[in-house]
Design a protein. Structure first.
Lengths: 676, 97
């Protein structure tokens, strides 16, 4: 296996914070991480002389490269060393195009600059910011060798997904004049001599890419001293003050996006403070839920809030009255009022939203990559494209027509004004009956939506181990309920009298000057959000802490690694075994997890993938903190400096208070069982 | 169904009892009913013709109402498409849960 890092910065650009490149630091980085190949990939620039200097001074393979800022994400283009002249010229064109921090180029510009991207190793930011957009990725899919990710968790997720590209994990390091922390983000590839062609071939095969040299993707490097962790569940054992929490803190500091559940953090000594904290968390979660659930209703409501049916009615009224008046005036018509334009109404104009949406839908079908094969089974792509073209042409024609009508309307309005000033005859007024009719329909549908919204239903039910989080919706039963969720000191009784007539109710709420328009959507339906225990009652006391722990662990899914420090210090064994172990094991299927424990229920029963043992040792009068590691089934665990320790011994000592105590307990249990 | 008619030199509209009534009697409610019919049913009108209507008041009323309804008729499909899609996703979402 060859260790590679194809994303290294050596020149500060407008896209970087300032640093001053030192070759010695790069040499140190390469040596300490034992790399076999690197690529120099600065933002939108390639410095040939610096590259040559680096290539001459390092004993490993160095590829020339560039990180290009596209309008749709970042991308690494890595060239063969034999084509330096050509690459230099192409990189210069990128440099000329991108001179400011906000400058970007398009995919088309990129392909025109590099002619044939197949000659390069092309690696876009994939599960890493700024990630390339899916729709852009498909335009260059045939050239892409791999996709860059920024954590072991994402690496594992992408490599397990058959439809995703091969992931690579690189340092993205700035080589300055110091190297405080050595990155552990590199990738192993299974190739012989590292050439660009060999790399391209390896990257096409996910089986040839790994996080660790000899353990594939089961282990990955966590510290710069070479210490590894499992990409699944790690159990960290050790006596008191042996460096376990220190190790967790070190992992926390060395990794980017860590969920760290510290010891005792979920348990407060003061029960009332615990309850307050729990209710605050619950309220926050509920607010997020309500916001999300009512977001669609908000869109409808915002539209309907601007509709004034009363004003619409008056407008039609006034049209009819004036029309009659104008008719009665017919005998008194003069040269000005007899002009055809005197009574002319304006063209009704509307944006062709139906056609615009239809074009967007067809475009979506044509551009969809994920379901392309199914779409192709039923629809001929060429016909779809022709349909899109015809509809777009129709839209253009309508827009031209639309613009002409706007001009004519302005003209008609002006002329009507001029004619009106010259005559005493009453003018026939104008009214937009299309808008009036549509407003009426809108209000009808709005009322139906509110009716659906107010029907009792469980809108969400989520089991979290033994708990259930339930959200229900019901109509409000009284004005007091609305006042309490509004937090506004105003009377709702008058509005509430109209609660069963949604549009009238809305008008009453809008008329209340103490209410904010943007908050009105909350006053139509009562949403209750509660957490129930296995007996169906709301949680209380210790259950709150248990729920918070499960919630925190579940929340970890959005992070890159989860650290849990001694969960047993706050919870009983039954809960640990039935709930915590299960959820920890589940989450470790998708991300690295490290649990520090002394508890056999967690340590021995959870089914760890990797074991770490922290130990404080005295050597020549000095204290040394050492970390041993290995698989749970290994007879011995090993430290990085070659020391060994018996797995059986440390497991007994850490989890069972030693072999003697363990045997005593076992005999005791046996005796009870026999008697029973 | 015919909503507007010209006969005997006068303009008429179809009232709520399906009887043609002189256009100078038209009210707001009548107009809204004609609008509803125009947007929801297959309707027709006698084309406005100034020479066929001798009464000047009728000319003004008929022409204005005819222009308005004819304008809506042209946009009937657009209206149907628009209101059928109106808040459809939101409606289905809240109907479901």
């Amino acid at each position: 296996m060859k260790k590679i890092d194809l994303h290294i910065h050596t020149i500060p650009t407008v896209n970087d914070s300032s640093f001053s490149f030192k070759l010695a630091i790069l040499q140190k980085y390469v040596a300490e991480t034992a790399l076999d190949a690197i690529a120099i990939t600065n933002h939108n620039v390639f410095d040939r002389s610096q590259f040559t200097e680096i290539d001459d001074e390092l004993d490993i393979v160095v590829f020339p490269g560039i990180e290009v800022t596209l309008d749709c994400g970042h991308i690494l283009i890595i060239s063969d060393t034999t084509k330096l002249d050509q690459f230099d010229k192409q990189a210069l064109r990128i440099r000329e195009r991108i001179t400011q921090a906000h400058d970007t180029i398009t995919i088309n510009e990129l392909t025109s600059i590099f002619y044939n991207l197949k000659e390069y190793v092309v690696i876009p930011h994939y599960d890493k910011k700024p990630a390339i957009r899916d729709d852009s990725l498909k335009h260059i899919a045939e050239y892409v060798s791999a996709g860059e990710v920024d954590s072991a968790k994402k690496f594992i997720r992408v490599i397990k997904d058959d439809i995703k590209v091969t992931p690579v994990l690189f340092s993205d390091i700035r080589i300055g004049d110091t190297l405080d922390k050595i990155s552990t983000r590199q990738t192993f590839v299974d190739c012989g001599e590292v050439t660009l062609a060999a790399l391209k071939k390896c990257l096409q095969d996910k089986r040839k890419v790994a996080l660790s040299e000899s353990n594939g993707n089961r282990l990955y490097q966590i510290f710069d001293d070479g210490q590894k962790l499992s990409t699944g569940l790690n159990i960290l054992l050790g006596e008191r003050s042996s460096g376990k929490t220190y190790t967790l803190d070190k992992i926390n500091a060395s990794q980017g996006h860590v969920k760290y559940i510290k010891q005792f953090s979920l348990v407060q000594q003061d029960e009332s403070a615990n309850e307050r904290q729990f209710n605050r968390d619950l309220q926050r979660t509920k607010s997020q839920f309500v916001e999300e659930y009512l977001s669609r209703f908000k869109v409808v409501l915002n539209d309907v809030m601007d509709i004034d049916l009363c004003a619409d009615g008056q407008e039609v009224d006034s049209y009819i009255d004036n029309l009659h008046e104008a008719a009665e005036d017919a005998e008194r018509r003069d040269a000005f009022s007899n002009c055809a334009l005197f009574d002319e109404s304006e063209f009704s104009i509307s944006e062709d939203t139906v056609l615009i949406d239809l074009i967007a839908s067809i475009r979506q079908i044509i551009q969809n990559v994920e379901y392309q094969s199914i779409i192709n089974k039923y629809v001929d792509r060429q016909s779809l494209k022709q349909l899109a073209v015809e509809l777009i042409e129709l839209l253009w024609a309508r827009e031209r027509d639309w613009k002409k009508k706007i001009l004519v309307n302005e003209l008609v309005r002006d002329i009507r004004q001029i004619l009106k000033r010259r005559t005493s005859t009453v003018q026939v007024p104008d009214v937009n009956l299309y808008r009036v009719s549509l407003n009426k329909k809108k209000v009808e549908i709005f009322c139906e939506i509110v009716k659906c919204l107010q029907e009792h239903a469980v809108i969400s039910e989520e089991p979290i181990q033994k708990f259930r989080v339930i959200a229900t919706k019901d109509p409000f039963e009284g004005a007091g309920e609305i006042r309490s969720i509004s937090g506004v000191k105003t009377a709702f009784s008058e509005s509430f009298a109209k609660y069963t007539h949604p549009y009238e109710y809305l008008q009453a709420l809008l008329a209340n000057e103490y209410l904010t328009r943007s908050e009105i959507y909350k006053y139509f339906v009562k949403i209750t959000y509660s957490i129930l225990n296995p007996d169906g009652f709301e949680v209380s006391g210790g259950e709150r802490s248990e729920f918070r722990l499960l919630q925190e662990i579940k929340d970890a899914q959005t992070y890159d690694i989860l650290l849990v420090d001694e969960p047993e210090s706050s919870f009983d064994n039954l809960f640990l075994r039935s709930d915590v172990n299960k959820i920890i094991k589940e989450i470790s299927e998708t991300m690295p997890v490290v649990v520090v424990t002394h508890n056999s229920t967690v340590g021995a029963s959870v089914g760890a993938d990797y074991l770490l043992y922290a130990r404080k040792e005295l050597e020549q009068g000095k204290v040394v903190y050492r970390l041993y590691s290995g698989y749970p089934t290994d007879l011995t665990l090993h430290s990085l400096d070659g020391k060994k320790i018996s797995n059986y011994q440390i497991t007994m000592n850490s989890l069972e208070a030693g072999c003697v105590a363990y045997d005593d307990r076992r005999n005791g249990y046996e005796a009870i069982r026999d008697k029973g | 169904m015919k909503l507007l008619e010209i006969r005997d030199n006068l303009g008429y509209y179809l009232d709520v009892h399906s009887v043609f009534v002189p256009i100078d009697k038209i009210t707001k409610e009548d107009l809204l009913r004609l609008v509803d019919k125009t947007l929801n049913e297959d309707v027709e009108y006698d084309e406005y013709n100034g020479d066929a209507i001798k009464n000047q008041a009728h000319q003004i009323l008929y022409k204005s109402v005819f222009d308005k309804l004819q304008g809506l008729k042209v946009r009937r499909k657009e209206f149907t498409d628009e209101f059928k899609r109106l808040y459809l996703q939101e409606y289905e979402w809240y109907k479901k849960k």
